[in-house]
Design a protein around this ligand. Structure first.
Ligand code: H2U
Ligand code: ZN
Length: 366
């Protein structure tokens, strides 16, 4: 069945993807990506993220020695019109102020008119992985990756503690192909007062599944996948990495906790170590696939921080890389994908096989 065109269902988003395996060999004469610059300096005096340098907003970075978190100078979300929530002098906006009593709090329940707009408040942070300008995640050693994860957890918790925040998105855009503005290894946190689209979908699906089956959706899914490990890339006691059955991007990867857990802060030190190990393995295999610094957008899906328990939620990360065939040929989500539904040629099983077949030692460290 998987040799001919078929559709697969994503139970997290309740959306379908079209798979056309017979098309994987079609010729390509379109755009090729530039390969990334491989020889960066340890320190770049013109980089706005390097230690001690001045940022675009005029503030100066400290001479940091491990991770470094700061308020985004060009934040997409603001706590109030102009104030920073970290400034104790300024009154902090509360949920009540954002959502006056009696007002709907979620976008899915806002259907007042055909022209609907509601205020969105939030805070955006940038987290640098390392003072080194030239090291990406797979090139960091395990303790450094653990430190990145605990920084994400700590910064998420600080943002989630703000009364008006309902959700914290941790993500990394890596590589010029993904619109990343600077090769200095960094990630972002966007915290906001209402749930974003993907979280509305995943929340509803996971809650409904738990209600119907008495078990979390992703726990059942992992059990199913572990029966026949054709899509599994790496697994340890606490986490599993696989190309999901319903993957849209050619080399999409899902990294899921093996137990229900809502937030990055729920992870024990052992679990953080396990997650760092899985991250290092996946990002190393990515880079080795085309012997290039593999671009992607990656991010964690944590439960909403709405003060409610979330037994349905299983903390996970999605990796969405754009490359298809080589370091220079990417997949475009255009035409049919924009107008109808996502479509892929290479099967998730074939993608997993290719990722498993490359070395687990980074090509630049060999
Ligand atoms: P990317 O992860 O997509 O490269 O974005 C980098 C972020 O860094 C971007 O959101 C912020 C931009 O607003 N930034 C600063 O906060 N200060 C700066 O000096 C430059 C970039
Ligand atoms: Zn730098």
């Amino acid at each position: 069945m998987f040799d001919s065109p078929h559709r697969r269902f994503n139970p997290l988003t309740q959306e379908w993807v079209l798979v056309s395996p017979h098309r994987a060999r079609r010729p390509w004469q379109g755009q090729v990506e530039k390969t990334s610059i491989e020889n960066l300096p340890h320190y770049d005096p013109t980089c706005y993220l390097c230690p001690g340098n001045e940022r675009a907003g005029g503030l100066r970075n400290p001479v940091y020695t491990d991770t470094f978190a700061f308020d985004n100078d060009f934040a997409a979300l603001l706590p109030t019109a102009a104030a920073s929530v970290e400034n104790e002098e300024v009154p902090i906006l509360t949920r009540e102020a954002v959502d006056p009593p009696g007002e709907p709090t979620r976008l899915d329940s806002v259907r007042a008119s055909l022209l609907t707009a509601v205020a969105e408040h939030g805070q955006c942070k940038v987290v640098c992985f390392s003072p080194r300008h030239d090291l990406t995640l797979p090139e960091l050693d395990l303790p450094a990756i653990e430190n990145v994860i605990t920084t994400w957890a700590r910064e998420s918790a600080k943002l989630a503690a703000l009364k008006f925040i309902q959700y914290v998105q941790v993500f990394e855009n890596k590589g010029a192909a993904m619109g990343c503005s600077n090769p200095h290894p960094h990630s972002q946190l966007w915290a906001q007062s209402r749930l974003p689209n993907e979280i509305i979908k995943e929340s509803a699906s996971q809650a409904a599944y738990l209600m119907d089956n008495g078990r979390p959706l992703l726990i059942d899914y992992l059990e199913e996948e572990h029966k026949r490990p054709e899509r599994i890339l790496a697994a340890n006691h606490h986490f599993t990495a696989l190309v999901p059955f319903w993957a849209v991007w050619p080399f999409e990867v899902l990294v899921s906790a093996n137990r229900p857990c809502a937030y990055l802060t729920d992870l024990s030190p052992d679990e953080v170590r396990s997650l760092a190990d899985i991250f290092k393995q996946i990002t190393t295999r990515y880079d080795n696939l085309f012997e290039t610094s593999f671009p992607y957008s990656m991010g964690f899906h944590q439960a909403p921080c709405d003060g409610q328990p979330h037994p349905e939620w299983v903390l996970h990360a999605h990796f969405y890389p754009p490359l298809l065939r080589s370091a220079t040929v990417r997949k475009f989500m255009v035409g049919y994908e924009m107008l109808a539904m996502p479509q892929r040629d290479i099967t998730p099983e074939a993608a997993a096989e290719r990722l498993r077949s490359v070395s687990s030692v980074h090509y630049r460290l060999r």
